[in-house]
Design a binder for this molecule. Structure first.
Ligand code: DOR
Ligand code: ZN
Length: 442
């Protein structure tokens, strides 16, 4: 048996981390205790790691990434992007279906899992299936619990995945309710966006000529609220588990979401580091690199989102890691691709404005409660998915640190003061000191 001891660590299993140690036996946590580790234990293990008072966190679960494989590997692939995730302290991801081809049936889903297995991923990898017109019927034969969730683009975005409409949309919500299968919804109203786009075109002439600063007026707060409200109405009508992806506005928080614990909620919600960030909420700080769908809104929205994490109105944080090449991002005006890579620096960046326990809860317990997955809680018996995070002198995020294939970050030049030193999945080191280690047995 392989026994690894991580001692002299600040264990983040609650709001006040305590110095202590964790013993990992093979793939699981065998023991957790406070105080110094006994010498006899140190001597009896295969490896004893003195954490020198670094924080030991449960590995984070990121239920919203775009790893781009298959078909868009020039932007990133499962291997490159999962390494960026491991370097960000993430040990488990849900990969979105807007690849080429899109993941819209069970065989495409199985092919993605197989690709991850064959090529190697540095984190636990679960692809999600997207539901497009005609895609609902296949769900009827699913066993309950067969999938953690399905994704619906109620509002098209990168990849142009369309949503079923009318009767089929209702049928989707009905079947998912019967299966207790959560629907993760990208909610932006296409009609409102099209109307705003027409107005911008009338004013500026061509998509290239529309300044990127107009993006959040085109993909407006009304578009978000309208689509989110429609999704909530359907979920309530059919009793369907609905998870609103990447919520951006105070309006959605205050009009549609419920405060309190995640367990037992019909409607849950996620937001992302880009929308929470106090600096990026200022539109003068944003460039085409920060063009994402939904658009980043206002400082008041960002503040409402941060408050919603505290009240429980927002249940999870996910990164929406969505790499594009720099030249795709720097196209003029509305031609710039939407999406940004964020998984690698989300944790240290969020630690500049959120407390560690909030982040850990929203990226472990929240997803576990919603999607019925196992997340490490640093308790004996849990899978040893772990992150060692050190507080260090302030340093700058620079492009040369980026492990994603696209080699840029929307957080360039931001000052942070934490560094992920090492990440384990199922007791195996997947990342250490800036370098890949082993891939995960999936
Ligand atoms: O900005 C975005 N980028 N929003 C999405 O919904 C998709 C994503 C991507 O895949 O690039
Ligand atoms: Zn996304």
């Amino acid at each position: 048996m392989n026994r690894t001891l991580i001692h002299n660590a600040r264990i983040v299993d609650g709001p006040a981390p305590r110095l202590g140690y964790i013993l990992v036996e093979d793939t699981r946590i065998a023991l957790k205790a406070s105080g110094p580790a006994p010498q006899s234990l140190i001597d009896s293990t295969s490896e004893a790691i003195d954490a020198r008072e670094a924080f030991l966190l449960p590995g984070l679960v990121d239920t919203h990434v775009h790893f781009r494989e298959p078909g868009l590997e020039h932007k990133g692939d499962i291997r490159t992007e999962s390494l960026a995730a491991a370097a960000g302290g993430v040990t488990q991801v849900f990969d979105m279906p807007n690849t080429v081809p899109a993941t819209t049936d069970l065989s495409a889903l199985a092919a993605k899992t197989q690709a991850a297995r064959e090529k190697g991923a540095y984190v636990r990898y679960t692809p999600l299936m997207g539901i497009v017109p005609g895609g609902t019927a296949q769900l009827a034969s699913l066993a309950p619990g067969a999938l953690p969730a399905v994704k619906l683009f109620l509002g098209t975005s990168t990849g142009n995945m369309r949503s079923p409409e009318g009767r089929e949309l209702e049928e989707l919500f009905r079947i998912c309710a019967a299966l207790a299968l959560p629907i993760i919804v990208h909610a932006e109203d296409n009609a409102i966006i099209a109307r705003n786009m027409d107005a911008a075109l009338a004013r500026y002439g061509t998509p290239e000529a529309i300044p990127v600063s107009q993006h959040h007026h085109i993909r407006s707060r009304e578009a978000c609220l309208r689509a989110s409200a429609a999704a909530v109405e359907l979920a309530e009508r059919f009793g369907t588990r609905l998870h609103l992806a990447h919520v951006t506005t105070a309006d959605e928080v205050h009009q549609l979401l419920c405060e309190g614990p995640t367990k037992g909620k019909l409607i849950t919600a996620e937001t992302t580091p880009l929308y929470l960030d106090p600096a990026l909420a200022d539109e003068n700080m944003r460039t085409a690199l920060h063009k994402v769908n939904p658009a980043i809104k206002t400082p008041a929205d960002a503040q409402a989102l941060r408050e919603a994490l505290a009240t429980g109105a927002i249940d999870t944080i996910a990164t929406d890691h969505a790499p594009h090449l720099l030249h795709e991002k720097t196209q003029p005006g509305m031609k710039a691709a939407s999406g940004a890579p964020s998984v690698q620096f989300a944790l240290p960046l969020m630690l500049t404005y959120l407390d560690m326990w909030t982040i850990v809860r929203k990226m472990t317990l929240g997803p576990a409660d919603i999607f019925g997955i196992t997340a490490c809680r640093l308790s004996p018996g849990d899978p040893a998915d772990l992150t060692l995070l050190r507080e260090v002198p302030e340093y700058r995020i620079t492009a040369d640190l980026v492990l994603s294939r696209c080699a840029w970050t929307p957080f360039e030049n931001r000052l942070i003061h934490h560094r992920v030193e090492r990440t384990w999945v199922a007791g195996t080191t997947v990342y250490a000191d800036g370098q890949p280690s082993a891939t995960v047995a999936l």
